[in-house]
Design a protein around this ligand. Structure first.
Ligand SMILES: [Zn+2]
Length: 80
């Protein structure tokens, strides 16, 4: 009988710890992600999203890196 009580107690404590961890995790996730300053733009070459202030301009388009600005925009998907 004593073992059963100990087992139940362990299960209850484990469930409580998991619930507390899940609730706390949600709150800290929101707090740890700072809002992004400015608009997000997508690279014309690879499509990755980045803040406009970090983007490189190449012609009329924006790119994630100097390399992609040099390579130019990705080719349009081929028509079948
Ligand atoms: Zn890119």
């Amino acid at each position: 009988m004593g073992r059963l009580l100990v087992l139940i107690l362990i299960v209850v404590v484990a469930v409580w710890l998991v619930k507390r961890a899940l609730a706390g995790g949600k709150r800290s996730d929101v707090a740890q992600k700072p809002p992004v300053d400015g608009d997000l733009v997508s690279c014309a070459r690879c499509g990755v999203h980045l803040p406009r202030i970090e983007a490189r301009a190449g012609g009329e388009r924006l790119y994630c890196s100097d390399e992609h600005a040099r390579l130019g925009p990705a080719r349009a998907p081929q028509e079948r």
